[in-house]
Design a protein around this ligand. Structure first.
Ligand code: ADP
Ligand code: MG
Length: 299
């Protein structure tokens, strides 16, 4: 994990086995926009995204032999809509995202985007179509500007500032003595969790990918930051197909569809009200996971 904190240029020179360093692989694509060690066969077509419909059909996958993680997992994420993935820890939610970005390949079953099997298009075109924001934001040693610009190599100053504004990051950045030239990362300006997340959101705005993967923060941010992050995320999701690993009650309530993932399968799906009324797996999980948040919301 030490690798993750290395300056990006140094990382680029390292010959890492990316298949065993998942975070490294994702980071290289997000930050450096360069292919991993796996090459596509010559003549492989590019993914063509229209609406951005994502479909998993009976996907089976394991990281290690004889330890199945996904056991015939199926769902459809409609174009432009938000699909929340919920369920107990270890159920396979993060794995769904890893497979969609093709950091691993399925054992059986099919994953498609707008009808194209993701294993038949170039990895680069696939990963260019997908933005990713999580609580473990990777910031490399460099300026705020460079960290945002990583979303779109060659971005203009205007584009970078527009993305930061959309991410509700511009004001706090301008509050730093060095503004966009402030250094972050090791020995740089210390950023709060909410600020780091908004830098990542700015990067995603700049990338402007039609499909968005969000892994919501589990730890609470300070309440002002939380509100800003939520506003930024909400506008980032507009007109993008979003898959969100949801830890907030508000997120599942607002989702167009909730998929409950348990032991590598989608065991229930629908909208919040439908699933509550059904009194099935979601209802039980919801009571355990979100009960405290419900009280806070209604307080
Ligand atoms: P969730 O996100 O729902 O908590 P994950 O997809 O992270 O679930 O994990 C599903 C299962 O796969 C867990 O048993 C986890 O320990 C295992 N797992 C996750 N990532 C790896 C990995 N890189 N190598 C081996 N096992 C993994
Ligand atoms: Mg996870």
């Amino acid at each position: 994990l030490l690798l993750c904190y290395e300056p990006a240029k140094r990382l680029a020179r390292l010959n890492i086995d990316l298949t065993t360093h998942l975070l490294g692989a994702r980071m290289l694509f997000e930050i450096l926009d360069r292919p991993a060690t796996e090459a596509d066969a010559p003549g492989t077509p590019e993914l063509v995204v229209r609406g951005g419909a994502v479909a998993f059909d009976e996907v089976v996958f394991s990281y290690r032999e004889s330890e199945p993680v996904l056991r015939g997992l199926s769902f459809i994420a409609e174009p432009g809509q938000t699909t929340a993935l919920v369920g107990p820890s270890g159920g396979g939610k993060s794995t769904v995202m890893n497979l969609l970005e093709r950091f691993y390949d399925v054992e059986s079953g099919v994953i498609t985007i707008d009808g194209q099997r993701i294993d038949t298009v170039t990895r680069r075109s696939l990963r260019q179509a997908i933005g990713f924001v999580s609580q473990d934001v990777f910031l490399f040693t460099g300026t705020v500007r460079e960290n945002i610009a990583a979303g779109l190599p060659g971005a203009t100053e205007e584009q970078i500032i527009a993305a930061a504004r959309s991410a509700h990051a511009h004001d706090f950045i301008m509050g730093f003595e060095g503004g966009y030239d402030s250094r972050v990362g090791e020995r740089g300006t210390q950023l709060s969790g909410g600020q780091r997340q908004r830098i990542a959101i700015a990067r995603a705005f700049l990338k402007d990918a039609p499909i968005l993967l969000l892994d919501e923060a589990t730890a609470a941010l300070d309440s002002e930051s939380e509100a800003e992050v939520q506003k930024a995320l909400q506008s980032l999701q507009t007109n993008r197909t979003t898959l969100v690993i949801a830890h907030r009650l508000q997120t599942v309530i607002n989702a167009d569809k909730i998929c409950v993932i348990e032991k590598g399968r989608v065991v229930e799906s629908g909208r919040h009200e439908e699933l509550v009324a059904k009194r099935g797996r979601y209802f039980t999980f919801h009571q355990l996971q979100f009960a405290g948040q419900q009280e806070r919301l209604s307080a």
